[in-house]
Design a protein around this ligand. Structure first.
Ligand SMILES: Nc1nc2c(c(=O)[nH]1)N[C@H]1C(S)=C(S)[C@@H](COP(=O)(O)O)O[C@H]1N2
Ligand SMILES: [Mo]
Length: 496
């Protein structure tokens, strides 16, 4: 069984490393992972997401690897008993992986090659290693076994190195990184309003007003980030339109582009959570794309689709709204979109959670109806509509402080309406008005601070926000599913 396990690992290593070098579509771990996600029932996906959070993907990949290795162990066990019997488990594993690779619609047949070579080599090495265990073997058995142990360890180590190296290489993808480096972002014909100096209160541990790209939260269903060469990218707009249109990346760069600061937020963000970030997005207004396609009467939704099959359903009226800066974005904080944030093109829609609006690696806009179509998360139990709820968060303090003047500070958001006021409550005292920072507009979060004279002991700090129309954040606590968490963020602080 151990020999089977080791050779299984070798086969996996050959397949993963081969896929990384030859054909990114050929990674058996990613293909099987995608197939498992596509097959799992909705409640299990939600359960995994709730329990594991962003660790869900690595955990899934590790489970798949462990199950495969157990089956490979079985191949060793049966091969030792009956010659060629080990072919059955190996063929089952290879067959499932090849089927899963095929299901993703690979770019070329090359995608099947690493897995085929990996399983054939693994089986041949398995046979070679097991030969020394057969009773008919002449010579001293103990020496054969010692050699076998050494060879098995070597084979397993090679396999492990290949698997890890393959996964690591696949993550980077030189070709797309280079293509991204070559993109020259045009200057916007409508630049973003400059960030006022007073937008950042510059308090230690307070989240910066603009989130740097490398600190921006990442949420998506992609086990492997889609790699799209801008030269091959196009956006197809179809469905309930008078005129179907297709836009290439070169054409998009020629359009009059605009830049807007917009705070993106994930519906899975817990009260006080960090699945939110603010960036300066450069792009072409989605309303202008839609205007060129001329939606037909009766349409009320745009189903955007990513290259890897994710979909989001966004109300058509939000995307055509003159006063809402929905973008087909190509730039993030002055750089081409990072690959994991949607390179070369994604959607950004102020005021809606990402799962119903912020499609990364977007390649299709289907003008349709909520009655006829659903975005990816809706059949999994999430609301079809996802307006962002008014929320506020305490960034500092989060742990013990010393008595005296303590700066309490955080961020509050009510995208597209804007934050009008923030209040802080210490223990059961009355609500106190916090100072609110400047903003570029209603589509971003807003920093706030409150100077507290902290007395020794344990204290509870609570924050609540009110939007620009006077609507107060609800105290009613709700979990993220189905349409976003609510309730007040509180922290309990020991003052010494
Ligand atoms: N292609 C694709 N786009 C996607 C998703 C996805 O799973 N696949 N997730 C959405 C969700 S749920 C969120 S919150 C935002 C997150 O964008 P970010 O990763 O750039 O922060 O992307 C949205 N766009
Ligand atoms: Mo999300």
């Amino acid at each position: 069984m151990l020999v089977g396990l080791a050779t299984g690992l070798l086969g996996l290593g050959i397949a993963e490393l081969g896929a990384a070098l030859l054909a990114p579509d050929g990674s058996p771990l990613v293909a099987v992972g995608d197939a498992v996600i596509a097959t799992l029932p909705g409640p299990m996906i939600n359960f995994g997401k709730a329990v594991l959070g962003t660790a869900d993907k690595p955990v899934l990949i590790i489970i798949i690897a462990l199950v495969s290795l157990a089956v490979a162990g079985l191949a060793g066990w049966s091969e030792l008993r009956v010659r060629f019997a080990g072919i059955v488990p190996v063929a089952v594993l290879a067959g499932l992986a090849l089927f899963a690779i095929g299901a993703r619609g690979p770019d070329s047949a090359l995608a099947y090659v690493p897995m085929i070579i990996g399983s054939v080599v693994a089986y041949l090495i398995l046979r070679a290693l097991l030969a020394s265990l057969r009773p008919r073997q002449t010579g001293p058995v103990s020496a054969g076994r010692r050699n076998l142990l050494g060879s098995t360890i070597l084979v397993a180590a090679l396999g492990a190195v290949g698997t890890v190296a393959g996964r690591a290489l696949a993550g980077a993808s030189q070709a797309i990184t280079e293509a991204r480096d070559r993109v020259l972002l045009p200057a916007p014909s409508r630049p973003a309003a400059p960030v006022p100096a007073g937008a950042d209160l510059r308090i230690p541990d307070l989240t910066p007003y603009v989130t740097p790209n490398d600190a921006f939260y990442r949420i998506d269903t992609a086990l492997q980030v889609p790699r799209i060469d801008p030269a091959n990218w196009s956006l197809r707009v179809y469905g309930m339109v008078e005129r179907e249109i297709t836009i290439s990346f070169a054409e998009l760069l020629q359009k009059p582009l605009e830049e807007h600061l917009v705070t993106l937020c994930c519906v899975s963000n817990e009260v006080g959570g960090s699945l939110i970030g603010n960036a300066r997005w450069l792009g072409y207004p989605i309303r202008d794309v839609l205007a060129a396609a001329r939606p037909k009467a009766g349409a009320d939704m745009v189903l955007s689709k990513s290259q890897d099959g994710f979909t989001a359903g966004t109300p058509l009226e939000v995307l055509t709204d003159r006063n809402r800066q929905s973008l087909l974005a190509i730039g993030m904080n002055g750089e081409p979109l990072p690959v994991e944030h949607g390179f070369p093109v994604r959607m950004v829609v102020p005021g809606l959670y990402g799962y119903v609006s912020a499609t990364k690696w977007v390649v299709e806009l289907k003008v349709t109806t909520f009655a006829a179509d659903m975005g990816y998360w809706t059949p999994l139990g999430w609301s079809a509509l996802g307006p962002i709820k008014i929320a506020s968060r305490i960034d500092t303090p989060r742990s013990g402080v010393t008595a005296g003047t303590v700066m309490i500070a955080g961020v509050a958001w009510a995208q597209h309406t804007g934050i009008g006021r923030v209040e802080v409550k210490i223990d059961n005292d009355a609500w106190q008005e916090a100072r609110i920072a400047d903003v570029t507009g209603p589509d971003t979060w807003r920093q706030w601070s409150y100077e507290w004279s902290a007395s020794p002991g344990n204290h509870m700090i609570t924050v609540r926000a009110t939007d620009a129309t006077g609507q107060v954040q609800t105290e009613q606590s709700a979990p993220p599913a189905p349409d976003g968490a609510s309730g007040y963020h509180t922290v309990s602080i020991n003052v010494s």
